[in-house]
Design a binder for this molecule. Structure first.
Ligand SMILES: *Cc1c(COP(=O)(O)O)cnc(C)c1O
Length: 451
C-alpha cells in the first residue's frame, strides 16, 4: 500500500499547496471564509465519487487540496477575527505531520517513549510557569476535557468515595455565569447535576466580585472556578483575592486559563495572572495562544497526587524509573496523540520569549482596535481590553445583522456575544497578519452605509 516514492511526491505537493495557501491567506486579498452550502461543497470536492471509487493520486490530490483549502476558513488571514483558535506556527504543523506519519502515542511509555517524555518535559515547563513546584499535569484533547479532568480531581478531593459510591448530594461548584459552558457541562457529566452550579456575584462585565463570595452553609463547596480570561470578554478575574478566599476556607480553586495562561510568557501582561499560583488546578490551551493546531490542552494541578487520585479511589502513583511512566492513569483518553510535540517544537523554534512576544502582539493589536474605534463616532466600547478579545457595538441597530453583512462577501470574520443581556460584536485578534490597516478597514466597513 505505502509506496515511499508516492509518499514523497504527495508530501511535496502538500507542502507546496499549503505554503501557497498560507502566503495567499496572509496577503488577505481572498475571502477569509467561503460559506458554501454543504451539498454544493460535496459536489465541488467530488466527495461521493472519491468515496465510491477511490483513485486519488499525488497529482489529482493537488486539485482536491487546493479546493479544500480555498473553501475553508483561513485562520492565517488578517481579517480572521473570530474564534480563539490559532493560525498554527509551522513547527507545530510539522509536529502534526510527524504524528500523522509515525503515530507514536503519549499515554503508554512503550508506545512512544519520546512522545511521552516530550509531554512530561513540556508539562514541567508549564507547571514552572504557573508556579506549581510540586505539581503534576497531563495534556488532553482541549480545554473542555481539561476542565472536566480538573473538576474530577476536585471531586476526588472533596468526595474520595464518589468514584465507587456515586456522588453525594451536597456538593456544589461556585462559578460566575460568565464561566465557559464546559464548566456547567462538567458538573452534569460528573454527576453533580446542573443544580450544583451556584452562580457567584459578578460586576456588570461578568467579573467575580471577591468581597461578595458567598458563605455556603449546608453544602460542601467542591470547587470555585475563576476565569483568566473569560471567553466572552477576555477579562480576567482577580485571582489573588479569590485564591486567598479559597485558601482561607480550604476550597479547591480552579482557574480556567485556557486562553489567558499564555500571557505568563509576556512581560507586559503576566500581571493579569497574578495569584494563579494559589490555584489547585489550572487549564491552559496551547491551541489558542501558543500557535499550535487543535487540540492540545494542559491540566495542571498544584499537588501532583490530586491528578493521580482523579481517576481512581486509591491514588496509585505513576511509576518514575528506568522504564518510564504511563500517563494513562491521568486522562479520559486511552489512546492519546503526541500533543506535547507541537508545543515543544514551537518552543524549541521560537523560544519562550518568541512565543511571549506573539501573545503580546496579538494583545496589542486588540488594544489598538479599541483605541481606533474610540476615536470614531457611534462605537460603544464597554471596557478597555486586557487581552486580544474586544467586545463592541456600533449604532443601535441589529448587531447580528451587521456581523452578517461584514461576513457576507468573506471580507471579515468576527463573532458576537451577549454582554449584560445585550448583543455585542466580538473581535479576537489571532493572526500575525492583522495590522492597523486591517483594523481601519474593518472600522470603515462597519461604518459604510448599506442598503
Ligand atoms: C476556549 C475556552 C475553553 C474551551 O476550550 P476548548 O479547547 O475549546 O475545549 C474553556 N474555557 C475558556 C475560558 C476558554 O476560553
Amino acid at each position: 500500500m505505502w509506496s515511499i516514492e508516492e509518499f514523497v511526491r504527495a508530501a511535496g505537493v502538500t507542502v507546496e499547496e499549503l505554503a501557497a495557501y498560507v502566503a495567499e491567506s496572509r496577503r488577505g486579498d481572498v475571502p477569509v471564509l467561503a460559506r458554501r452550502p454543504p451539498g454544493e461543497l460535496a459536489e465541488r470536492l467530488g466527495l461521493a465519487e472519491l468515496i465510491a471509487k477511490g483513485g486519488l493520486t499525488a497529482e489529482t490530490f493537488r486539485g482536491f487540496l487546493r479546493t479544500y483549502l480555498a473553501e475553508g476558513t483561513r485562520l492565517h488571514h488578517p481579517a480572521y477575527l473570530a474564534h480563539q483558535d490559532a493560525p498554527p506556527d509551522f513547527p507545530a504543523a510539522l509536529a502534526d505531520f510527524v504524528h500523522g506519519t509515525a503515530n507514536n502515542l503519549a499515554a503508554v511509555y512503550e508506545m512512544g517513549a519520546p512522545a511521552t517524555t516530550v509531554e512530561i518535559e513540556v508539562l514541567k515547563w508549564m507547571l514552572a510557569k504557573v508556579g506549581f513546584p510540586r505539581g503534576g499535569g497531563v495534556l488532553t484533547g482541549g480545554g473542555s476535557l481539561a476542565n472536566l479532568t480538573a473538576l474530577l480531581a476536585a471531586r476526588a478531593r472533596a468526595a474520595p468515595s464518589a468514584w465507587d459510591e456515586g456522588v453525594p448530594g451536597d456538593l456544589v461548584i461556585l462559578a460566575p455565569d460568565s464561566a465557559h459552558y464546559s464548566i456547567a457541562r462538567a458538573a452534569s457529566i460528573l454527576g453533580l447535576g446542573r443544580r450544583a452550579m451556584v452562580a457567584v456575584e459578578t460586576d456588570e462585565l461578568g467579573r467575580i466580585i471577591p468581597e461578595r463570595l458567598p458563605d455556603i452553609s449546608g453544602k460542601r463547596v467542591m470547587a470555585l472556578v475563576a476565569s483568566a480570561c473569560a471567553t466572552g470578554t477576555g477579562l480576567h478575574d482577580d485571582l489573588r483575592a479569590i485564591g486567598e478566599w479559597c485558601r482561607a476556607r480550604d476550597v479547591w480553586f480552579h482557574v480556567d486559563a485556557a486562553h489567558g495562561a499564555s500571557a505568563l510568557l509576556t512581560t507586559g501582561h503576566r500581571h493579569l495572572l497574578d495569584g494563579i499560583e494559589l490555584a489547585d488546578s489550572v487549564i491552559w490551551d496551547a491551541h489558542k495562544m501558543l500557535a499550535a493546531a487543535s487540540l492540545a490542552a494542559a491540566v495542571l494541578v498544584r499537588d501532583e497526587r490530586d491528578l493521580d487520585a482523579a481517576f481512581q479511589q486509591e491514588a496509585s502513583y505513576l511509576f518514575y524509573g528506568d522504564q518510564g511512566f504511563d500517563l494513562l492513569s491521568r486522562t479520559l483518553e486511552c489512546t492519546k496523540g503526541e500533543l506535547g510535540l507541537k508545543i515543544f517544537l514551537n518552543l524549541a523554534w521560537r523560544g519562550e520569549r518568541g512565543l511571549g512576544e506573539q501573545v503580546s502582539r496579538r494583545y496589542a493589536a486588540a488594544h489598538r482596535f479599541w483605541e481606533l474605534a474610540g476615536r470614531r463616532d457611534g462605537f460603544a466600547l464597554p471596557y478597555e481590553p486586557e487581552s486580544n478579545i474586544v467586545c463592541f457595538r456600533y449604532g443601535d441597530g441589529d448587531q447580528a445583522a451587521l456581523r452578517e453583512r461584514l461576513m457576507d462577501d468573506g471580507s471579515f470574520y468576527l463573532t458576537s456575544t451577549e454582554l449584560g443581556g445585550v448583543r455585542h460584536l466580538r473581535l479576537t485578534v489571532m493572526s500575525p497578519a492583522t495590522d492597523d490597516a486591517t483594523l481601519e478597514s474593518l472600522l470603515d466597513a462597519i461604518e459604510a452605509p448599506h442598503p
